[in-house]
Design a protein around this ligand. Structure first.
Ligand SMILES: [Zn+2]
Length: 260
């Protein structure tokens, strides 16, 4: 990141902090039924060189997000807790402006990243392909039922922990719609929507590069990630920077550790 961009990010973080005091953290336990929601952790957004919206070089924020999501997925599968995974999937010829074609059905782009593909065989995992930015809307089926709403109700989920990409686009839209649906009483018994900051990422298109591309809109990664988290908080989400395991009823050999 160039100096001017870093100064701007620092200034924005100072002017619109996510937390006024100590950052919130989430302690997972058997006492609160929690579901993990993975948003679009697919090759087309995360794997270097995998299409129009994939990173062109390795990207630390994105690889950290994938790593954290894999750790959480392992924990949830060990505990047999529910996981819901969105996969961005588009039919050719149906554009999603302002983005170029991406994650076309049947391609590697619309597959979970290699380190998460094992989730497809796990019984506690629900996978939903969606053809729009907002996963809540993308969960409606032709008969009017909603796969995500049904998942919350069937599993009696009281809290969801959201990770994935992009913080300020698909994650934010899903979180916003979910919170509105919760407030309308459509998602009982769901109470809390928690966004894990280090488990989210967005793409990087700095202004100095965007300005040289016709029609491109600048999207500096660190800045937009922070703004996405801030907006999610403004909708009523909890934004946490730490997730750990606590109050474990089953004996564990290494119970003081967050993850194995
Ligand atoms: Zn898409």
């Amino acid at each position: 990141m160039v100096q001017a961009e870093q100064s701007l990010v620092d200034l924005v973080k100072q002017e619109i902090p996510i937390h006024q005091s100590e950052p919130e953290s989430l302690v997972l336990s058997d006492d609160i039924k929690t579901g993990l929601v993975l948003v679009d952790i697919v090759n087309g957004f995360c794997t270097v060189g995998s299409g129009n919206l994939a990173p062109v070089v390795p990207n630390r924020q994105i690889s950290n997000m994938v790593e954290e999501s894999v750790k959480l997925s392992r924990t949830f599968c060990e505990k047999k807790w529910p996981i819901f995974a969105f996969i961005d999937t588009h039919h050719p010829g149906k554009p999603e402006d302002p983005y170029p074609p991406h994650c076309l059905i049947g391609t590697d782009e619309s597959k979970l990243v290699p380190s998460l593909q094992w989730l497809e065989d796990e019984p506690n995992v629900t996978i939903r392909r969606k053809e729009c930015i907002d996963g809540f809307l993308g969960s409606f089926k032709d008969d009017g039922s909603n796969v995500f709403v049904d998942w919350v109700k069937t599993n009696k989920i009281e809290a969801i922990l959201v990770v994935g990409i992009c913080t300020d686009i698909c994650v934010l839209d899903f979180v916003s719609s979910t919170l509105s649906a919760r407030n309308l009483g459509l998602l009982a018994p769901l109470k809390d929507v928690v966004v894990y900051a280090n488990g989210c990422a967005t793409f990087d298109l700095p202004n100095q590069i965007a300005s040289g591309i016709k029609g491109a809109v600048a999207h500096p990664q660190e800045l937009m990630h922070h703004i996405g988290l801030h907006m999610a908080k403004g909708r009523g989400a909890h934004v946490v920077y730490e997730v750990s395991l606590g109050s474990i009823k089953e004996p564990r050999s290494n119970s003081s550790c967050c993850y194995e």
